[in-house]
Ligand binder design. Structure first.
Ligand code: COA
Length: 161
């Protein structure tokens, strides 16, 4: 069983993230989408909301499950016996940060390999900040996120914005 984890904040999950999940699933028998904590971020959606949204978004995908973890990524990877950490590389601008994380994770757990996957060109410019920005200023974000996420963001309008 080749198991991989795909970690992130997913605030919110976009179609670009989903594209990576599908690509990862073609390479690994099981993919765990992992809501992990990035200490530099204060998410718009609560952990519980993000868990529900990610779960609903991947519900139709066989061999994909969702979990969360508030400790070190490699600890989780070792606990579930994952052989790989999947990260999406969209552009050269992602590289420094991703390279740094991959090296630290390798030092902590040499047996867990970081694998970079390239999303479809369609999503190479997309990130969650852009979606949140569109939401905040009343732009159309519907083409960038799964339907459940769009609906949750629509509901959030007025209450938080
Ligand atoms: N499509 C669209 N957007 C993508 C994407 C894709 N394929 N791949 C990445 N992104 C975007 C994300 O939306 C996010 O955008 P944002 O910053 O505008 O919100 C950004 O690129 C990267 O963030 P994300 O993928 O959510 O990951 P992250 O950088 O927030 O996650 C963790 C980092 C959680 C994996 C990292 O902090 C971690 O491992 N934490 C656990 C603690 C730990 O082990 N620390 C040691 C690590 S060395």
């Amino acid at each position: 069983m080749r198991r991989a984890i795909y970690p992130g904040t997913f605030d919110p999950l976009t179609l670009g993230h989903l594209d990576i999940v599908e690509r990862a699933r073609r390479t690994f028998d099981e993919v765990i989408v992992l809501l992990a904590v990035n200490t530099g971020k204060t998410p718009l959606f609560s952990l519980q909301q993000r868990l529900e949204l990610v779960r609903a978004s991947v519900a139709g995908l066989d061999g994909v499950r969702v979990d969360c973890h508030d400790g070190l990524l490699v600890e989780f990877a070792q606990r579930v016996q994952a052989s790989a950490i999947v990260r999406g590389l969209r552009a050269i601008s992602d590289f420094d940060y991703e390279f740094q994380m991959a090296i630290v994770n390798r030092k902590l757990a040499p047996q867990v390999e970081t694998v970079f996957l390239m999303p479809s060109e369609e999503w190479s410019y997309l990130n969650s900040s852009i979606v949140r920005e569109l939401w905040r200023f009343g732009g159309d974000y519907s083409r960038f996120v799964p339907e459940v996420v769009r609906s949750a963001m629509d509901q959030l309008k007025g209450s938080t914005r």
